[in-house]
Design a protein around this ligand. Sequence first.
Ligand SMILES: [Zn+2]
Length: 68
Amino acid sequence: MPRYYVDRTERPDGNHEVHRAECGSLPQADDDVYLGEFSSYHPAVRRAKKIYPGVSRCNCCEEYGEDQ
Ligand SMILES: [Zn+2]
């Protein structure tokens, strides 16, 4: 299953982006939090929301074709 990370850095809109491990925009290891392995974005985002209340999906990861 894919591994997911959430960016520690807050975006201008107040959200923290969730990325897959393969993502080209994945921050440096010190700047992200490992969430775990999930079958899709949904459970990964749920996990990320326990860390940060504002979470959004990384736009560059949409090429993987999962549902929102
Ligand atoms: Zn990404």
